[in-house]
Write a protein that binds this ligand. Structure first.
Ligand SMILES: [Zn+2]
Ligand SMILES: [Zn+2]
Length: 325
């Protein structure tokens, strides 16, 4: 038996990270390659109206299935979590992408195939719609920003991996733009977070506003149109779920929801890309998004990208909110 712990964390969220290199002079963030503007008319300096959003929770509730008993190996079978309703979230003084730090930055890191690059661009577009924020895609950082000491070949699988903590602490943190609500690296390389671990899909520093997600294990988007959509849906889930954590949203334990914790791939594929009524209100409050306008933008994206189940949900949610006006 190998001494190494055979654990397969879905994603890791670090509350605090530290690195001796943080003391060095900061390096500037790469230039912007593409900018996706926030929807017009949204005041990103403010949070939303909690009373109006509490009403949306009631209106949308019938559309959501309460989370059943966890299956063996599921996140909630192994982690005790209390959950977080909208009213509890408001009491927790959440970190919000308001004021000066309101732009989300996407940082491509390393090499990508054409289809992988398209997934990264679509994820940036989706983040902009989901969080009603300006998103800037920065110019690529070359693979050699991660030195040999932060790389390995997995001893059993022979897969090349890069050290996620190095990316967070030594690549992203020194380059964090001063107006960044979140600074997120996407890589096509596999990630591992250090001694004792096999791999991670992604890792985020909740207080540091930095995160790194790998699309390596999301399937090969070059293979077929269907595989492209599988890879896209998985990447969108991770990107929005983890960015949600960066804005103080905890794991959902009330409904099937994008903010549910996932312990393994099957569980993650089971959870929807959309949010439950409680978490929807949190995102709308934190980003000052008008709920119906946001849902319309999400529906449009889902229609264009043929994300069928998501489109069906968004259309039903719009109908319910509009009928309650
Ligand atoms: Zn999570
Ligand atoms: Zn939820």
């Amino acid at each position: 038996m190998a001494a190494r712990r055979l654990v397969y964390p879905f994603v890791l969220a670090l509350v605090a990270c530290s690195s001796p290199l943080l003391a060095e002079a900061p390096v500037s963030a790469p230039a912007v390659a593409k900018s996706i503007a926030a929807p017009r008319g949204v005041r990103t300096s403010r949070v939303g109206d909690p009373t109006a959003l509490a009403r949306t929770v009631t209106r949308l509730k019938p559309l959501h299935e309460p989370l059943g008993k966890p299956r063996p190996g599921d996140w909630l079978a192994q982690h005790k979590e209390a959950g977080q309703l909208f009213r509890q979230y408001l009491r927790e003084r959440p970190v919000t992408p308001t004021g000066k730090r309101s732009t989300i930055y996407v940082q491509p890191l390393g090499e990508f195939t054409a289809a992988e690059r398209r997934i990264v661009e679509l994820s940036a577009e989706y983040l902009s719609i989901y969080f009603t924020r300006q998103v800037k895609i920065l110019k690529d950082l070359p693979p050699d920003v991660v030195p040999a000491r932060a790389r390995r070949v997995h001893p059993d699988w022979k897969v090349k991996q890069i050290l996620s903590t190095y990316v967070l602490n030594d690549v992203l943190k020194p380059r964090l733009p001063s107006d960044a609500a979140a600074y997120i690296a996407f890589t096509a390389s596999d990630l591992w977070p250090g001694e004792g671990w096999n791999f991670v899909y992604g890792q985020a520093s909740l207080r540091g506003r930095v995160g790194v997600w790998s699309i390596h294990r999301n399937g090969d988007p070059e293979e077929s149109e269907e595989r492209f959509r599988v890879c896209l849906r998985r990447t969108l889930k991770t990107a929005t779920h983890e960015t949600g954590h960066m804005f103080s949203i905890r794991h959902c334990t009330a409904y099937e929801c994008n903010m549910c914790g996932s312990n393994h791939r099957e569980e993650s594929d089971r959870h929807p890309l959309y949010l439950c009524c409680e978490c929807h209100a949190k995102v709308c409050w934190a980003t000052n998004a008008e709920p119906v306008a946001r849902l319309r933008r999400l529906a449009k994206f889902s229609r264009t990208q043929r994300l069928k189940s998501e489109l069906e949900y968004f259309e039903k949610a719009i109908e319910r909110l509009e009928s309650g006006r």
